[in-house]
Unconditional design. Structure first.
Lengths: 295, 283
């Protein structure tokens, strides 16, 4: 009999919520701590924008546009940390202790079973913060009087908001989360070969560091920058994760999308499908090398 | 006195061997530490590009703009130097280690044995750090050689260099005793995780690890100036880059000494008060 994946997932989510709620103070502290990291990040850019009007000349990433970008990063991050992070760490641990045996025995897809058992509800707080930041920044951008904007900071054009942007944004955030999930599963799978992957979190932090900024900063950075841009767009497609949805809402250039922007969006869809398949392949390949441990 | 020295030497040797086990992993880990700096380089390039006169280029081949007295090269050099300061002043696991020992009752062994807990921990830290510098020199040298162009003014004068080295050594001591104090609070609170987290947040922001403190608006900057945190990252880097010069430099060093002494005394007091308060839970 085919198990109902949705029901299983909902049970996981419910169990995790019950667990989180039994340590309520801890839950609140976790929320606060992840939100204060976000606030610090926001503070850094608030300070940077005291000294400059834009990040990258002519890119259109002015303060409000950039905060939409930042909000998008927070949302994707919060999705990753809510649903995948703890599970990937647990997966490494299962391999080390040999408890993966039990997961392999269960009559359900193993990748599903190790990907979703724990939902870290506290990390949702960051996503909510991201949504609030985006709404606030959008409000500031679109409420700008077009004529005043024309006279004010150079390059600011009046932007028109279309409601299609919202479902498109959500769709591409979904694509982004898929890409991040795939990268994480690939990373976690490596612990089958290495025995233990203690640096998983570090490595994750170092990789995701690249998607926290608009990709223009690499494109204009000469040879190394272009190499980085190519690597993190086409090999490990994490740049499209944040850039596409943020561009949809922020419209940094103010004008209708250009061909390359459409192309990149189409690529993001392909990339998320492709990386999902790749992660599936890596996961299966890794499982073949699994030799259990302990008793 | 002599037997004491032998005890310390033994602790020191054990810790050195402990640390030499995973050399390659260690070197790779150190190189990875510089990855975030790579994004910083591009980010700041994009920022400086906007505020500079179009097409202008300074000695580094970068844009010529100026933010709070920092040219583009200075800014990148600052981030690289801060990694050095933090290599001295950061004490991963110290606070939690102390608090765990108190909670689990392991601290009892220091009450029975004629060995001082802080002395023992300090020896371990020195050994760990020495091994770290020994191994990390290779990746550090590589990165600084690659990034040499960002150091526009080259090497500073010898007196500045001496102050720089002193401030690094002091930042090690400051980091150690400050974090010990927080760990020792565990005598009263048992659970210091949230306290550790606040400390981590504070140091990241107020030490200048995140950005040069000169960028802060004056109202906040003046306040941050009075806190000990800036000696953990900002001060050594600023000395090296000549942002703090002459009398101010020596004055800063003196204040750093003051903070170190203060936290040494404080940690001793916390220790003596703590063991009086200690009830010895656990096995």
């Amino acid at each position: 009999m085919q198990p109902s994946y949705l029901k299983v997932f909902l049970t996981f989510a419910r169990n995790s919520l019950i667990r989180d709620m039994s340590f309520r103070m801890n839950f609140v502290l976790q929320c606060l701590s992840s939100m204060s990291w976000a606030a610090m990040n926001w503070g850094l850019f608030k300070i940077i924008y005291r000294h400059t009007g834009e990040i990258g000349r002519g890119t259109g990433w002015h303060e409000n546009e950039f905060f939409i970008f930042l909000g998008t990063v927070w949302i994707v991050n919060s999705l990753v940390q809510t649903f995948f992070m703890a599970n990937a760490e647990e997966f490494s641990e299962l391999i080390r202790t040999g408890n993966l045996d039990f997961a392999l025995l269960k009559p359900i897809d193993t990748q599903f079973l190790i990907s979703f058992p724990r939902v870290n509800w506290a990390q949702v707080s960051n996503g909510i913060l991201g949504v609030l930041l985006i709404i606030y920044s959008m409000f500031k951008i679109y409420s700008q009087d077009p004529e005043a904007a024309e006279i004010g900071t150079a390059g600011v054009m009046s932007k028109k908001f279309s409601w299609i942007a919202i479902p498109a944004f959500l769709f591409f955030v979904g694509c982004g989360a898929t890409v991040m999930y795939s990268v994480m599963i690939c990373l976690a799978s490596t612990s089958i070969w290495f025995g233990r992957n203690q640096n998983l979190y570090n490595f994750w932090f170092y990789i995701t560091n690249f998607y926290r900024y608009p990709m223009e900063i690499y494109q204009r950075g000469g040879g190394i920058g272009m190499a980085l841009w190519c690597t993190f767009t086409f090999v490990i497609p994490i740049l499209v994760v944040s850039n596409i949805p943020a561009r949809i809402l922020a419209q940094p250039l103010g004008s209708p999308w250009k061909t390359w922007e459409w192309g990149l969006a189409a690529f993001a869809i392909v990339a998320s499908l492709w990386s999902l398949l790749a992660s599936r392949w890596v996961f299966r390949k890794a499982l073949l090398s699994y030799r259990s441990a302990s008793s | 006195m002599f037997s004491n020295a032998i005890t310390w030497w033994t602790f020191f040797k054990i810790s050195i061997h402990e640390r030499l086990i995973y050399r390659a992993d260690f070197m790779l880990g150190t190189l990875m530490r510089f990855l975030p700096t790579l994004t910083q380089i591009f980010l700041w390039w994009a920022i400086y590009d906007v505020i500079s006169t179009p097409g202008s280029i300074d000695q580094t081949g970068g844009p010529d703009g100026d933010i709070a007295g920092y040219k583009y090269g200075d800014m990148v050099a600052y981030y690289l130097l801060v990694i050095i300061s933090r290599a001295f002043s950061s004490m991963p696991g110290l606070t939690r280690g102390i608090a765990n020992q108190i909670r689990s009752g392991e601290v009892k062994k220091f009450l029975i044995q004629p060995v001082d807990m802080q002395g023992c921990l300090l020896m371990q830290r020195i050994a760990h750090k020495l091994v770290y510098y020994l191994i990390a020199t290779i990746p550090f040298a590589l990165v600084f050689w690659l990034c040499g162009d960002f150091f526009v003014d080259g090497w500073p004068e010898w007196d500045v260099l001496i102050v720089f080295y002193c401030s690094l050594l002091l930042s090690f001591l400051l980091g150690f005793f400050l974090e010990s104090c927080i760990g020792l609070i565990g005598f009263w609170f048992l659970e210091v995780t949230s306290l550790t987290f606040i400390y981590m947040l504070m140091t990241f922001l107020l030490s200048g690890h995140m950005f040069p403190l000169d960028l802060l608006p004056d109202s906040i900057g003046n306040f941050v100036d009075f806190l000990p945190f800036k000696y953990l990252a900002y001060f050594p880097a600023a000395v090296f880059l000549g942002k703090v010069e002459g009398a101010a430099m020596y004055q800063g060093l003196a204040v750093e000494v003051f903070w170190v002494v203060l936290f040494i005394v404080l940690s001793r007091i916390l220790w003596w008060k703590g063991i009086k308060h200690y009830a010895g839970f656990g096995g």
